[in-house]
Design a protein around this ligand. Structure first.
Ligand code: APR
Length: 307
């Protein structure tokens, strides 16, 4: 049975655990620093199993020994930005959390595939690669699947068509500099440029870029967790079932798209060993320029890291 660990049993982590358990993708360990909380959520999920009709062992713990020999580790541990906190402060706090978590992953689950979810995503994924020392094929971030999900949702809402028929593609960093690619976004194979006028597409692109903030504004006390946990589940499923799905992920680039030694959102093939392949698309000048700007902002972020 595949062993899947989720570090950080907050909103995103616990909802991902629920989705993964309901799909019976493996046995789960949910780990958090708060005493009793992961144990309580794990027990609650075990008690849901007979009602929902799934078989999955879920263990809640505060002890890293329990993550031993995990096949997949998902990291959602971290804090959200609080009012008055600068982006730099957030980076500092979450960097320390990721460094601590990754030291333990290296020790207890040295062969695992690691998916980072904690924000700021592109930087935290870079730290995770450095701190685990794992090959980048096994360390990558969840961002593109979520961003594509949001873009696709807005398109299906605009066209009043099934969300199932929309395939969106988003490249770049997870944040203001993300690059939704309308040219590779289709509805049942039909380019959206054939279905929606440019002005409207621009509005949907802007809404996608602002997608995380829009939810924060509505929730007031937290950030999105249904779509992020759905995106995690998609990636975990592709790895566990060796589906080789082509999904966007925050991957370590070594020359692709003209960038070296940074993490950036690009389409990858995801299978049992993690990133099986990075897909390189031929971009137009405008698309490449947008990606360059995105990469530049990630590069600047990496320079501020204390590693
Ligand atoms: N080890 C383990 N867990 C930790 C640690 C640590 N060192 N530090 C913090 N945590 C836990 C917290 O106790 C909390 O339960 O991480 C959890 C984070 O959960 P939430 O605060 O509910 O945040 P959530 O909404 O789940 O978001 C988690 O995902 O999408 C991103 O931006 C989001 O970075 C954030 C992350």
């Amino acid at each position: 049975m595949t062993k899947i660990t989720i570090i950080g049993a907050g909103f995103v982590g616990a909802t991902a655990a629920q989705r993964i358990a309901e799909e019976e993708l493996g046995d789960l360990v949910i780990m958090d620093i708060i005493e009793g909380m992961p144990q309580g959520k794990a027990l609650d999920l075990m008690e849901s199993a007979p009602i929902m009709g799934y078989d999955a062992n879920v263990l809640g713990t505060n002890n890293y020994e329990d993550i031993k020999d995990s096949d997949i580790v998902v990291i959602t541990a971290g804090i959200a930005r609080k009012p008055g906190m600068s982006r730099e402060d957030l980076v500092k706090i979450n960097s320390n959390i990721i460094a601590d978590v990754c030291g333990n992953i290296k020790k207890y689950a040295p062969d695992s595939v690691v998916i980072i979810v904690t924000n700021p995503l592109d930087l935290m994924t870079y730290i995770a690669m450095k701190k685990t020392g794992f090959p980048p094929q096994r360390v990558f971030g969840m961002s593109g699947v979520l961003d594509c999900g949001r873009f696709a949702a807005f398109i299906s809402m605009e066209l009043n068509c099934s969300a199932k028929d929309v395939d969106a593609m988003v490249l770049g960093g997870h944040g203001d500099s993300m690059v939704p690619l309308t040219r590779f976004t289709t509805v049942s194979g039909i380019p959206i440029t054939e279905l929606i006028e440019t002005k409207t597409i621009d509005r949907l692109v802007q809404r996608t870029i602002n997608g995380g903030a829009e939810i924060v504004e509505l929730l007031k006390t937290g950030s999105a967790f249904y779509a992020p946990s759905a995106a995690i589940t998609n990636m975990v499923r592709s790895i566990v079932l060796d589906q080789n799905r082509i999904l966007p992920a925050c991957a370590f680039l070594t020359g692709q798209y003209g960038f070296d030694s940074i993490y950036l959102g690009v389409p990858v093939k995801l299978g049992r060993s993690g990133i099986e392949q990075i897909i390189e698309l031929e971009l137009t000048k405008t698309e490449q320029d947008a990606l360059n700007r995105s990469a530049e902002s990630v590069k600047q972020g990496i320079l501020t890291l204390d590693i």
